[in-house]
Design a protein around this ligand. Structure first.
Ligand code: SAM
Length: 269
C-alpha cells in the first residue's frame, strides 16, 4: 500500500474508516480507502444530500477565513483541519495577504502526512499532529510557538470537528480553554452537525460512525450556541451553513433546512 500511495504513513489501520478520509471522499478527494468509501456509500444511500452538506461546510470555512482576513486577522489556528483539499486555509488567507500564518492541527495520520507534503516549502504554515482534547499539546507545540503570537488576535477554527468530541470530554470547556489562551479581538470560527430537522437520519448516522470507531455527536442548535461561551457572535449569528454571509455572486437559492450543519463566527471581546 505504501508503495502505491506515497501519502500513506506507516502503521495506520486500513481496516477501519476514518472521519477525515470519509470527509475527503464526500468532498470529491482521492485520499481515502475502500473502507471509507463503503461507509460513505451506506451513509449517502440513507442521506443523499450528505456530499452537498459537506461541500457547503467547506464553502463556509473559506468565506469565514476571508472574513477574518478582512477583519485584520493574520494568524490562524485550524483545529481538526482535515485532509488538504481545494481552498485550504493558508491558500485563502495567503492569497489575500502572503504574510498570514497558519497552524493546522489534526489527530488523523493521513491528514497530517498529506498536510506535511502540501506545506513543504511554505515558511508560514505548519501542521501539528495532536488531539484537540489536549489543548496544551496544541498550544505548546513548537510549530504553534514558532508561527503564532498568541498575544495578538488569532482566528481559532473548529470547523466540523466538535461533533467528534463526546459530551464526556466537555467540548464547551475545551473551546473555553482555547479562547482563554488567545488575545481579545480573536475570532472563533465554528460549524457543527445539528439535530434540528434531521429526524431518524441522525440516529442512523451516529450509529454508523460509532461502529466505525469515530463517535459522532450531533447536538441541538442551542447547545452549539453555548459552545461559543463569552465570544460575541458576528452577524448573522448561528445559522445553517449556506446562510452564513453567502457570497453575493453565488447565493444559495434552495431550501436551507436540508443543511444539518450550523455555523457561526464569534469574537472574543
Ligand atoms: N475542518 C475541516 C473542514 O471543516 O473542512 C475538516 C473537518 S473533518 C469533518 C473533521 C476532522 O477533525 C478530521 O480530519 C478528523 O481527523 C479531525 N478530528 C476529529 N477528532 C479530532 C480530535 N480529537 N483532535 C484533532 N482532530 C480531530
Amino acid at each position: 500500500m505504501q508503495q502505491e500511495h506515497g501519502w500513506v504513513p506507516p502503521g495506520i489501520d486500513l481496516s477501519r474508516p476514518s472521519a477525515a478520509r470519509v470527509y475527503d471522499y464526500y468532498l470529491g478527494g482521492s485520499h481515502n480507502f475502500g473502507v471509507d468509501r463503503e461507509l460513505a456509500r451506506v451513509a449517502i444511500e440513507d442521506w443523499p444530500e450528505l456530499p452537498m452538506i459537506m461541500q457547503a461546510n467547506r464553502a463556509f470555512l473559506r468565506r469565514a477565513v476571508k472574513f477574518c482576513v478582512q477583519a485584520g486577522i493574520r494568524q490562524f489556528l485550524d483545529i481538526g483541519s482535515g485532509i488538504p483539499t481545494v481552498g485550504n486555509v493558508h491558500e485563502v488567507a495567503q492569497e489575500l495577504d502572503p504574510d498570514c500564518r497558519v497552524v493546522y492541527v489534526d489527530i488523523d495520520p493521513v491528514a497530517v502526512a498529506h498536510s506535511r507534503i502540501m506545506l513543504a516549502g511554505n515558511d508560514f504554515s505548519e501542521i501539528v499532529q495532536a488531539d484537540l482534547r489536549q489543548p496544551e499539546r496544541v498550544l505548546d507545540a513548537p510549530q504553534t510557538k514558532a508561527l503564532l503570537d498568541l498575544s495578538q488576535p488569532v482566528a481559532v477554527l473548529m470547523v466540523a470537528v466538535l461533533h467528534f468530541v463526546p459530551d464526556e470530554a466537555d467540548p464547551a470547556a475545551l473551546v473555553r480553554h482555547y479562547l482563554d489562551a488567545v488575545a481579545p479581538g480573536s475570532f472563533l470560527v465554528l460549524s457543527h452537525a445539528c439535530l434540528e430537522g434531521v429526524g431518524e437520519q441522525a440516529e442512523f448516522h451516529q450509529k454508523l460512525y460509532r461502529r466505525a470507531g469515530s463517535a459522532l455527536t450531533m447536538r441541538p442548535v442551542d447547545q452549539v450556541a453555548g459552545l461559543f461561551g463569552p465570544a460575541r457572535l458576528v452577524e448573522p449569528g448561528l445559522v445553517r451553513l449556506p446562510l452564513w454571509r453567502p457570497d453575493p455572486a453565488a447565493p444559495y437559492e434552495g431550501d436551507p433546512a436540508v443543511f444539518a450543519g450550523f455555523a457561526a463566527v464569534g469574537q472574543k471581546v
